[in-house]
Design a protein around this ligand. Sequence first.
Ligand SMILES: *Cc1c(COP(=O)(O)O)cnc(C)c1O
Length: 384
Amino acid sequence: MLHTSYLEISKSAYKKNIAFIRSEVGEGTEISIVVKGNAYGHGIEEIIPLAEANGIRHFSTFSADEAARVHACSRKNATVMIMGMLQDEDMELLIEKGIEFFVFEFDRLKSTIEVARRLGKKARIHVEVETGFKRTGFEWEDREALTEILKNYGEHLELKGLCTHYAGAESISNYVRVTQQIKRFERFYTYFQEVGLSFDRYHSACSAAMLSYPSTIMDMVRVGIASYGFWPTQETYMYRFDSLPEDDKNPLKRLISWKSSVMSLKQVKMGEFIGYGSSYMAPRDMTIALVPVGYSHGFARTLSNQGKVLIGGKILSVVGTVTMNSISVDITDAKGIKKGDEVVLIGRQRKNEITVASFGESTQQVNYELLTRLPMNIPRKIVP
Ligand SMILES: *Cc1c(COP(=O)(O)O)cnc(C)c1O
């Protein structure tokens, strides 16, 4: 093993998550798996084959570079859709490859038409409308100008979708905002119907919307976090708890485990300081295990004197500051730990488990952020 830690991705957990999502949306709705942020840290090249083995044929990315990676590793000719950034200079390649993308402003619409016309190939676009998120999307006031362009240049465009994104479907505190967005999306839908513009698919739901607002499910859902086995928030889980099947109240399973090993051991006398500065003074004679994972690997500095890891099946504490490449773990009360023993940063070891959520709570990072900070170059292994 050339690396200081590695990630395991569980195939069986993934299968369960896709089955649950499928049961939520029904057979008639396409599931687009969101793989932005390197598939939420899991690795695009690892997730695409797993997803395809579970019948998924549609993927959503944030940017053109991610879309190219998905396109390159798909073995099932999957549809790839870019929801965010692309440069005009990438457009030719994207249209050639049949990669779909969101169009949310007139500049992008114009360059799309220009490039498609030059190539003699239709661009596959999803028109994103603004309903209240205030990130990207055509405004209600743009509708007439937009309709005119979409109609006049229809020979260069395939209208693959009409879409929007919700601003916080994971919390009841945003209920008014989200229901207003649903209404505004319906208003756009009706308007385009009336002027005779139809789209292959209408889509709006992310994981939280799918789980909490069934009317947002429509022709396709864009699901990220739930496919990786996490509830968008604890609140979404609480809201859905009663409606979950009696025999499985926990239908979403974490796929990822993060593991390393003990690099060296050290004895420290009472009163000595451990690590940089003076944040931790040994309150007794101690034994410390050094683990070669630090903030450069995604183990947050805010876990200094806070983090927990598993060694020998026991929950043990990080003492002193998290450094760039290592942490010190107090193993004084755990007998028999040796150099080379497995260390679990996220995951299960014998009877104990460290979940991403418990890790996240102690750093104030939500699951999304912690996962996507896992570096690209940590090896990922698929396990059963
Ligand atoms: C990230 C994202 C999603 C997926 O969100 P999850 O909460 O991970 O399901 C869907 N749509 C858009 C536009 C996004 O940016």
